[in-house]
Design a protein around this ligand. Structure first.
Ligand SMILES: [Zn+2]
Length: 81
């Protein structure tokens, strides 16, 4: 699990960090940012008047239907690695 790695790194004492640890911590940090972005994905999307996935016009929300929202979220998860 990705979250376990982040939790383990946080338990390390700062003075025991070497360069590899710092690099590891940095990648964990960007992972955490990516995960938290993913979690608040939908509310943080701006209303643009068109579906974020297929660009169809929508009167409200960010997606024309739940299929587009699901596909968009799947793509977002795939791009976070
Ligand atoms: Zn759509």
């Amino acid at each position: 699990m990705l979250l376990n790695i982040a939790t383990k790194t946080r338990l390390k004492k700062p003075h025991s960090m070497d360069i590899a640890d710092q690099a590891q911590q940095q990648s964990d940090l960007s992972l955490e940012i990516a995960i938290s972005n993913l979690r608040k994905n939908e509310p943080s999307l701006l209303y643009t008047g068109s579906c974020h996935y297929c660009d169809a016009l929508v009167e409200k929300g960010c997606f024309c239907d739940s299929d587009c929202r699901d596909d968009y979220e799947k793509q977002a998860k795939l791009s976070v690695k």
